[in-house]
Design a protein around this ligand. Sequence first.
Ligand code: ATP
Length: 232
Amino acid sequence: MAKFSIFSTDTSRRIAEADSVAVIGLGRFGSALALELMQAGTEVLGIDLDEELVQSLNGELTQVVRADSTRVEVLNQLAIDEFDRVVVAIGGDISASILTCSVLLSMRIPVIWAKAVDDRHGQILEQLGVHHVIYPEKDMGRRVAHLVRGAALDYIEVAPGYALVKAPAPTQIQGVALGETSIRKSHGVTIAAFQHGDDAWTNADNATVLGPGDTVLIVGRTKDAEAFAQLR
Ligand code: ATP
């Protein structure tokens, strides 16, 4: 039988009590997510089968443990039921992802996020009752397509058909207070914030006057926000 270096349940309980998340699967996606959570001040229990990966993240996360997440007794020993947020970042091994999610659901974890590698995988996770199914490759591909085709510096679709686009401020809205430009009516977009050179980002209001070299955050329907980002 495989041996797993499980640390004490007490340690897991202590982590779970704080602002904390358990991340299962520490591949490229899971480890980036776990490290970003740590940066933001969240305590992270990381779990992976791979000893080398576990070693490499030792000291970087609050706790890292080598364990097989498909085994209910292992998750019990880790006191995973004490966590109210768990991320399953296992992609390649679909059966491990599904088994892990089903164990977590049976433990009644309040919020489970799981990564799906394709629509079929995602559909199964959704049918199981996973609360948030994410498609990192698909979403990133779609996002990059919008960056490649236009002048946008960054692009986030906040809901189907509605987006937030970062772009250079077009000349036609420079030198005049935003409140006097009527771009909401003419272009169907709102300028939410702006940045002058390397200065900090600032919320925009009716009195904001943009200048050359400014960058803006455009909010609106995807096609309107993208069309506005193309203006020079
Ligand atoms: P990425 O693209 O994020 O690198 P991936 O989509 O290729 O990952 P996998 O390699 O399948 O996904 O899984 C990510 C991590 O999950 C791996 O480090 C793997 O060791 C771990 N993992 C897979 N099965 C289990 C399991 N049963 N228990 C714990 N960890 C697991």
